[in-house]
Design a protein around this ligand. Structure first.
Ligand SMILES: O=C(O)CCC(=O)N[C@@H](C(=O)O)c1ccccc1
Length: 369
């Protein structure tokens, strides 16, 4: 593609309800969107960085700054470039994977729209709809948690993921398992809130036939997760730790993980996400698509990724109304079978609704070639 420039757009996205995890409560997302413009098309990328560096070291103002000052100029200086060259062009700049992912996705989306090829087709999707799981935050009381889970199951979600943290783990999980029965696909996400000293507590979760325990220990605790995996029967799934295919290979070799949550923003983009998918398939490691409360822009690309053959577990590819009363795009909805449809149009196959984007935009900046 021949890039004429990038537009950085910040949008304010109020959440339908506060979303509480082990690192805090979110009421609104301040989302950085990247629009890549070429003479014949434009493409979209959503940066998944949060407002504060709580999930990882990245945060939305930092992502905008590193794109403005260091990353976009390199791509604009390249003139003509293939989307598959973006990660090599940006490699000299260390880290900032969520910022890089947004740029690569926008360039890839523009290139695909020019060619009339869908994101799913390009990545190797084998399905036109994917099973939807839902992430349930930490609640004030167990009755409130049970009501929330009941509501999501009534909407048709096929898998429940419960956020846990020390003090909110065994009892809430027991209550959900007892209330909704043994058939319910149930997993937990600790967001790195535990240490090896908590192994006995985490082992008590083995009683509830969970699909997996997600990221119980710190992001850089690969060896410790391998040790925990010998003390706990439930499969360990890594999220924050898996920042690249290289680290995924180490985690698999160390037996630190038996399932991997793939988040394109965390690993630097959808092309690296596909490399991790391919690596995991080679090792018989199931993967699923994680979520970062994306708007319909990021959601569209995630749903396409979740349609690849190795994505054998429902992902956090919920409907738009899980987080937003009004999405920036036409909303993703849950079908009667608890699945979400993979967009089939060129590129990510969806566009922001112009007047919603305008109404939600808090700032925009043009970075010209
Ligand atoms: O459904 C979604 O998009 C969110 C799923 C979810 O729980 N995301 C968690 C996570 O740790 O995976 C998260 C929430 C907020 C910020 C970062 C991460």
């Amino acid at each position: 593609v021949k890039l004429t420039g990038f537009e950085l757009i910040r949008v304010a996205m109020p959440l339908v309800a506060p979303f509480r995890t082990s690192f805090g409560v979110e009421h609104e997302r301040d989302v950085l969107m990247v629009r890549a413009v070429t003479p014949d098309a434009h493409g979209w990328g959503e940066c998944v960085a949060m407002s504060e560096p709580l999930y990882s070291s990245e945060y939305v103002d930092g992502a905008a700054d590193v794109i403005r000052r260091f990353l976009a100029p390199r791509l604009l200086a390249a003139g003509e470039l293939h989307p598959h060259q973006v990660c090599d062009l940006l490699e000299p700049m260390k880290g900032h994977r969520m910022a890089k992912a947004a740029l690569e996705t926008a360039v890839l989306d523009a290139w695909l729209r020019e060619r009339g090829e869908s994101f799913g087709a390009h990545l190797g999707a084998v399905r036109d709809r994917v099973p939807a799981g839902v992430s349930v935050g930490i609640m004030d009381t167990i009755p409130r948690l049970l009501d929330a889970v009941d509501g999501y199951l009534a909407q048709g979600y096929l898998r429940i993921k419960l956020k846990i943290e020390p003090g909110w783990d065994v009892e809430p999980v027991r209550a959900v398992r007892e209330r909704f029965g043994d058939e319910l696909l149930l997993q937990v996400d600790a967001n790195a809130a535990y240490t090896l000293a908590d192994a006995a507590t985490l082992a008590r979760l083995d009683a509830f036939d969970l699909l997996l325990i997600e990221q119980p220990l710190a992001e850089d605790d690969l060896r410790q997760h391998a040790e925990l995996a010998r003390l706990v029967r439930t499969p360990i799934c890594l999220d924050e730790s898996i920042v690249s295919a290289k680290v995924a290979a180490d985690a698999i070799a160390l037996r630190a993980t038996r399932v991997i949550n793939i988040k394109p923003g965390r690993v630097g983009g959808y092309l690296e996400a596909r490399r991790i998918h391919d690596l995991c398939q080679a090792h018989g490691i199931p993967v699923w698509c994680g979520g970062m409360l994306e708007t319909g822009i990021g959601r569209a690309a995630n749903v396409a990724l979740a349609a690849l053959p190795g994505f054998s577990l429902p992902g956090d590819t919920s409907a738009s109304d899980r987080y937003y009363a009004q999405d920036i795009t036409e909303p993703f909805v849950l079908g009667p079978d608890g699945h979400v449809e993979v967009p089939s149009g060129p590129g990510i196959g969806i566009e922001p609704v112009a007047d919603v984007l305008r109404a939600r935009t808090t700032s925009s900046q043009w970075l010209g070639a």
